[in-house]
Design a protein around this ligand. Structure first.
Ligand SMILES: Cc1cc2nc3c(=O)[nH]c(=O)nc-3n(C[C@H](O)[C@H](O)[C@H](O)COP(=O)(O)O)c2cc1C
Length: 424
């Protein structure tokens, strides 16, 4: 299908409106969020929409965009457009990728596959999450030749890290995005209030349970207990959740009913999934292990950007994880200019956290990003209308961007520079 040009879609939408039909997927980000909320359980909503602490950073991510004004040029005398861009020798039709979002199965079954197909159809790369509910190989197969990258979390087992990287290489991922801001889980009040962590229900651990190194560790009995925590008491709730875990685990409820493996896999996951001792040394080591470009996701300081370059990373993603990790952290957009100054073009700098509209994308590019990652909004589209919902959310954002850029007198990405914006 591919991208449908803004004026064509605009006309189609208005003509359809003549027959009294309205778009199912809301255009405005706030309405999109509210429509998604109505379709999700309170646990799924808390996990998806929530942030760390008082969610100040989550709100600040949005405010930051409203403090940047676009300075449009008029009458440039050229109606041709090409917003394609190159990253690591890969051609992107627009400077947009879908961010890795873990545990999308909270939204609908086989969610990662649904999103993968949507990306293939629209022509926007998908970054597979390390916490996906479907193994990367299956999503890759669904995407055919369409672009995908793999997001990596560094676990306590370097062997597992390497295994995930090898699998990403083998299934055609074009880059490794190492997320470094989640070596521990942020203090997320909404999830804590509900006592709900989806991984304990066997959700979001498919990259692990499909991994030969992880399953070998399981076979060795490494999932016997969760280190340092008491076992929960047995109540009707515990039994219900155990059954849910068995149902979520590969093979389904009938195959897993009498097996201990699902519970052991969750225990093993909890023991090894994060590595608070992660350092730049490991990035240097990873650089030796693969020829794929490596991006470091979660950079908010110029000095850390320098360290990423020194450690051999090929790009960075300026991100505060959508306000889910350090509440009070600087909005990603506010961190961008200093980072761009520290690592000058053509070193690839991407940004996420707060992108909700075409004009947000424009502002991020103008302040120095080479591309942006779209996060929560596509999950909201997924909740509202499945694959069609994700495609529509992407299309709407790109159409909005196309018109914003054209109306600001820019016909290509290289024209969207600091001269096009003003901090108000
Ligand atoms: C529910 C949820 C799950 C996420 N899971 C991951 C993940 O598995 N890996 C990762 O690198 N980032 C993850 N992120 C962060 C996103 O990649 C991205 O940085 C963030 O969504 C950007 O903020 P925004 O959605 O508010 O624009 C997650 C974000 C959300 C909302």
């Amino acid at each position: 299908m591919g991208y449908i040009e803004a004026t064509r879609r605009q006309k189609a939408i208005f003509l359809t409106g003549m027959s009294g039909r309205r778009a199912v997927v809301p255009f405005h980000a706030n309405e999109l969020r509210e429509a998604a909320k109505k379709r999700l359980s309170k646990q799924a909503w808390a996990y998806l929409a929530g942030g760390a602490g008082d969610e100040l950073t989550m709100a600040a991510n949005r405010d930051a965009f409203s403090k940047v004004a676009i300075l449009p040029h008029v009458m440039r005398g050229d109606a041709s457009i090409d917003f394609s861009t190159q990253l690591f020798g890969q051609n992107l039709v627009f400077p947009l990728l879908l961010a890795p979002i873990g545990v999308l199965d909270l939204v609908c079954p086989e969610a990662d596959r649904v999103v993968a197909r949507a990306c293939r159809n629209v022509g926007v790369p998908f970054i597979f999450s390390n916490q996906a509910g479907t193994p990367m190989e299956i999503c890759a197969q669904d995407m055919g030749p369409a672009q995908r990258w793999f997001q990596l979390y560094w676990s306590k087992s370097d062997e597992l890290v390497l295994s995930l990287v090898r699998r990403a290489e083998a299934c055609g991922c074009g880059a490794i995005v190492l997320t470094v801001d989640t070596t521990l889980l942020g203090w997320r009040n909404r999830d804590l209030k509900l006592g709900y962590l989806p991984f304990l229900r066997g959700m979001g651990i498919a990259q692990y349970t499909s991994d030969p190194v992880f399953t070998a560790l399981l076979d060795k009995g490494e999932g016997a207990a969760i280190s340092g925590t008491p076992r929960p008491g047995v109540t009707l709730h515990t039994i219900g959740n155990l059954l849910r875990l068995k149902a979520n685990y590969p093979g389904g409820i009938f195959k897993n009913l009498l097996r201990k493996t699902p519970l052991e896999a969750v225990r093993l996951f909890v023991n090894i999934y994060s590595n608070p001792a992660l350092s730049w040394e490991q990035v240097r080591w990873l650089r030796q292990q693969t020829t794929l470009p490596i991006l470091i996701k979660g950079i908010l300081r110029a000095d850390d950007a320098h360290k990423a370059v020194d450690a051999g990373a090929d790009g960075i993603v300026v991100s505060n994880h959508g306000g889910r990790q350090v509440d009070g952290a600087i909005p990603a957009l506010d961190a961008l200019a200093a980072i761009r100054k520290a690592v000058s073009k053509p070193y690839p700098v991407l940004l996420d956290s707060g992108i909700r509209s075409g004009s947000d994308l424009f502002k991020a590019l103008a302040l120095g990003a080479d591309a942006v990652l779209l996060g929560r909004p596509y999950a909201y589209g997924l909740a509202i209308a499945g694959q069609q919902g994700v495609e529509t959310v992407i299309q709407n954002l790109l159409n909005d961007f196309e018109l914003t850029a054209r109306l600001a007198g820019c016909s290509k990405v290289s024209e969207i520079d600091t001269d096009m914006v003003l901090r108000t």
